[in-house]
Design a protein. Structure first.
Length: 199
């Protein structure tokens, strides 16, 4: 009689650390995108077999949802944290500089997990795309609300339009990073965009 799966009720304890496994899955999805990542890629990176992956995280789509949440709460958390800056200028600077650091850093895959996931089009990627779109809309809405509260917002800007513009700039930075443009050059581009917006 076969033993119950790792981590299942009544079964033996998991022989792997779930947080470490999620971090490894995050790196694989970030580097290759949802559609470019196979279950074999995931199990190899996570150091587990397919039954253990399913038992602990569900199928590939469910695993990606967990990874996306981990990305937003971890590497991508700079976006929410930027909203706590005291001035409109600092909020936008932290968002743009954070996008450069996240997507063109030395220790992470280049590009943005959310941006690449929005383009997932395969037959099994609908929910993945919807999750990424929802995350992006939530981030833009949070920025709009912050700008609506900003006493120092330049009068020429409407908060919703500026929030959309800043997110478009950050998306462009992510695309350029994925295409191989370096951190220093992207920082210069980001600073140029900020000067155009704020000076």
């Amino acid at each position: 009689m076969e033993s119950p799966e790792d981590g299942m009720p009544g079964g033996r304890p998991r022989s792997f650390d779930a947080d470490t496994a999620l971090d490894r899955a995050l790196e694989v999805f970030w580097r290759h995108g949802y559609e470019g990542t196979s279950l074999t890629d995931l199990t190899a990176a996570m150091g587990i077999n397919k039954p253990s992956l399913y038992a602990a995280f569900g199928n590939k789509e469910e695993l990606f949802a967990k990874v996306l949440a981990r990305y937003l709460d971890g590497p991508g958390a700079y976006s929410a944290e930027a909203l706590d800056a005291p001035t409109c200028r600092e909020v936008l600077e932290r968002l743009v500089h954070g996008a450069v650091d996240l997507t063109a850093g030395q220790n992470t895959p280049h590009g943005c997990l959310c941006v690449t996931s929005v383009h997932a089009r395969g037959p099994d990627a609908h929910a993945v795309r919807q999750d990424a779109v929802a995350a992006r809309k939530a981030g833009e809405a949070a920025l709009r609300r912050r700008l609506e509260q900003a006493a120092d917002l330049p009068s020429r800007y409407e908060p919703a339009a500026l929030a959309a513009l800043v997110h478009t700039i950050c998306d462009g930075i992510a695309v350029q990073a994925a295409a191989g443009r370096g951190h220093d050059e992207l920082r210069q581009i980001g600073d140029l965009a900020l000067r155009a917006l704020l000076d």
